[in-house]
Design a protein around this ligand. Structure first.
Ligand SMILES: [Zn+2]
Length: 172
């Protein structure tokens, strides 16, 4: 059963009022009457208050939904950044390992017999002491005995390969 409920709505900034006619269930009318009675307000005042509360709650619901969506978006962005950080740390590890490896002695200079490092061989390309060109040591002539420690050379090439792999993937 529906009861006719009439309420004039006015807001704080605009004193003009509008009239809403609405058929509502009898129970709703009774509850609105009770709400008004408890507060010593008119039915109109009570209905206006209830409507305002209802509208505010609806607005809050959409605000909460927006905040939830934002939280989800931020969580997704955080996961992406964390994944990138893990990748960056792995890349940095490979670069550090190459930086350590390239300083190690890898053999003897064929000219002055002083120790040469991976950097002398692959970086500057010459003996730090006597400036002899070392590039021919990378590809020695067949049958010639290499002055390089083959095990150190292989490890150095492996560390270099890891960094080259990262650079290659980053360029794609
Ligand atoms: Zn030398």
């Amino acid at each position: 059963m529906l009861t006719l409920l009439t309420a004039s709505i006015s807001d704080m900034t605009d004193t003009a009022t509008q009239v809403i006619y609405a058929r509502v269930p009898a129970a709703f009318k009774q509850e609105a009457d009770a709400y008004a009675e408890v507060r010593g307000a008119t039915l109109t005042r009570a209905v206006v208050e209830l409507l305002q509360k209802g509208l505010a709650a609806t607005e809050e619901e959409s605000t909460v939904a927006e905040l939830r969506a934002r939280v989800n978006q931020l969580s997704a962005e955080k996961e992406t950044l964390e994944a990138r950080l893990v990748t960056a740390e792995a890349e940095l590890g490979a670069v550090r390992s190459l930086a350590q490896r390239i300083r190690r002695p890898i053999g003897k200079c064929p000219a002055c017999d002083s120790s040469i490092s991976g950097y002398d061989l692959l970086g500057s390309g010459q003996c730090e002491k006597c400036q002899t060109d070392l590039s021919h040591l990378i590809l020695p002539s067949p049958g010639a005995k290499s002055p390089l420690n083959q095990r150190e050379l292989l490890i150095l090439v492996g560390a270099l390969g890891a960094v080259l792999g990262i650079a290659y993937l980053a360029s794609k």
